[in-house]
Design a protein around this ligand. Structure first.
Ligand SMILES: Cc1cc2nc3c(=O)[nH]c(=O)nc-3n(C[C@H](O)[C@H](O)[C@H](O)COP(=O)(O)O)c2cc1C
Length: 170
């Protein structure tokens, strides 16, 4: 499948409408299954429990970046994170075009800082979605969970400054 995006043509020195999207991006867009999984350690699970807000970064199919704060973020097991879509606009359209996302886990008083990347699946029905819908309504009565983003963790990186900054942990 040919994939195109708007981009800068460095040979001609101006922006053009159709440049090929690098193969890895169309690969991510079309793949059904995660390539690999990474497991969150007990320290990372603890950091999750101590955080209240998680910046969630996504990108459109042609690479336009976006970040949005998310509160309804729950690790379900050490390789799965659930995120509730109550108000997403750009985030949800990005994930539909490009099912990858990146969260960072840090907050005041939280030990450790982590960048977590993963593959995202959107669910709008079924057992998982119903559970999330109930949990969101319980935390904030009247709030409606439009869909559930199931993020399967593929990579985890160290974010603390120091010798190991940016190192891949899993
Ligand atoms: C503290 C805070 C927590 C939020 N939590 C969520 C959330 O859990 N789910 C959600 O869909 N929107 C949440 N929002 C709202 C989105 O971040 C916001 O509506 C954003 O505009 C959607 O961005 P997008 O268009 O880039 O997707 C939250 C906003 C704030 C300020």
């Amino acid at each position: 499948m040919d994939c195109w995006s708007r981009g800068y043509d460095s040979e001609q020195g101006f922006w053009i409408d159709r440049i090929p999207i690098p193969p890895f991006r169309s690969f991510y867009r079309n793949r059904q299954q995660p390539v690999c999984m990474a497991q969150m350690s007990p320290e990372i699970m603890e950091a999750f429990r101590s955080c209240r807000i998680f910046p969630l970064a996504t990108a459109s199919g042609n690479g336009e970046p976006n970040v949005a704060p998310m509160g309804a973020v729950y690790p379900r097991d050490n390789e799965t994170i659930w995120i509730g879509n109550q108000f997403m606009k750009t985030t949800i359209s990005n994930v539909m075009e490009n099912p990858r996302a990146c969260l960072y886990v840090w907050g005041p008083g939280v030990r450790g800082c982590y960048k977590i990347k993963g593959d995202v699946r959107i669910e709008t029905e079924g057992k998982n979605y119903e559970t999330m819908r109930r949990e969101v309504a319980k935390v904030k009565p009247g709030l409606f969970c439009r869909s559930l983003l199931v993020m399967k963790v593929t990579e985890i990186y160290e974010c603390l400054p120091g010798d190991h900054a940016g190192d891949r942990l899993a």
